[in-house]
Design a protein around this ligand. Structure first.
Ligand SMILES: [Zn+2]
Ligand SMILES: [Zn+2]
Ligand SMILES: [Zn+2]
Length: 346
């Protein structure tokens, strides 16, 4: 029995020893596991910090890119507005550039080149002796020249001198000034012109010194709608264009500034209507060819006929002709708009 007890005791001791060994190894395993977890946690937090720093940088970069983009946009806008010419100008800009001061026009009675007209004027007339301020002399395609002055009284002095000295060879003209024109869009009825005028006077808070409705016509885009042209004095013009709307009978119509340039829908030239056009064939506004209209155009290029004529006639290499003849970037159109503005009583 004693032996047995001893045996059991030593057995228990052996088991305990084994057990404590096992416990120790488990503790060691747990510690190493905890260490690994700690390491992993540290790695994750480092990684998170790195990501955050990176994304902060990306954000900062995006922000500075945004600012850079904005700067580039502003620059492009600046360049565009510098080159977009007269069409984007407001009437206020036109006012600043001496709108409403018509030029003196010298037309040779016998056909001759503009340069000959120009030289003859320079030989016979001296603006310094007349004390007039000249704004420029411009050749026209028909052999005439236009002389602009900074104001009407200077212009009249110059015109009188030219008439005295050159009226045998030249017709001297001062074109009449016109009232600004407004295109009214969105009439629901085909009203007569006097009804349009009456409604405009009674239904709008605008005082008119001059008001004339020149035309009411069917809209090309929407045949159920009618448009109209009106001529008004400069003060009324400003207030209508500012409001952008005008009331006529049952409609509140849109009001747009019209450039006043007369276009031909047959040849896309200026200063005449299609009915008076000398061109035999329909010219395409898109490609400039003379056997189809722009609606039927199948060509995949654009070429403005007005600019290609001007380019050939005036030997100008820098004129861009790659646009639709109706496009506001057209240099020939811009020149016509500018001329109209100078002859308008804004
Ligand atoms: Zn024409
Ligand atoms: Zn075409
Ligand atoms: Zn053009």
């Amino acid at each position: 029995m004693k032996t047995n007890e001893r045996e059991i005791k030593s057995l228990i001791e052996a088991v305990e020893a084994k057990y404590s060994e096992r416990v120790q190894s488990l503790v060691a395993a747990q510690q190493s596991f905890e260490k690994k977890v700690e390491e992993a946690e540290k790695k994750v937090s480092d990684f998170t910090r790195a990501i955050k720093e990176n994304s902060d940088n990306v954000c900062r970069e995006l922000d500075s890119n945004k600012k850079e983009n904005k700067k580039v946009c502003e620059e492009v806008k600046g360049i565009m507005s510098k080159h977009s010419g007269v069409v984007s100008e407001t009437y206020a800009d036109k006012l600043k550039r001496g709108a409403g001061c018509a030029p003196v026009i010298l037309k040779p009675k016998k056909s001759q080149q503009s340069n000959i007209t120009r030289n003859e004027v320079k030989e016979c007339i001296n603006p310094a002796n007349l004390k007039v301020k000249v704004n420029g002399m411009f050749n026209r395609q028909d052999g005439a020249v236009e002389i602009k002055c900074v104001n009407n009284s200077d212009r009249d002095i110059l015109a009188d001198e030219i008439k005295n000295k050159l009226s045998q060879k030249y017709d001297v003209e001062i074109p009449g000034l016109r009232y600004p024109k407004i295109l009214i869009s969105g009439l629901s009825a085909n009203l007569e012109c006097d009804k349009v005028e009456k409604a405009i006077r009674k239904q709008n808070d605008v005082l008119f010194e001059h008001l004339k409705c020149t035309k009411v016509f069917k809209s090309q885009k929407n045949p159920r709608v009618f448009n109209a042209f009106i001529e008004v004095d400069g003060v009324a013009f400003k207030s209508i264009i500012k409001e952008q709307r005008i009331n006529i009978e049952w409609d509140r119509c849109m009001a747009y500034e019209s450039d006043g340039v007369l276009r031909c829908y047959k040849c896309w030239g200026f200063n005449h209507k299609a009915a008076m056009c000398k061109e035999q064939h329909q010219i395409c506004a898109k490609c400039g060819e003379n056997d189809h209209s722009y609606r039927e155009c199948q060509n995949n290029f654009v070429k403005c006929r007005n600019c290609s004529i001007a380019k050939a006639r005036l030997n100008l290499a820098d004129i861009d002709e790659k646009h639709d003849a109706r496009d506001s970037c057209c240099r020939v159109l811009q020149r016509k708009v500018k001329l109209q503005a100078e002859r308008t009583l804004y």
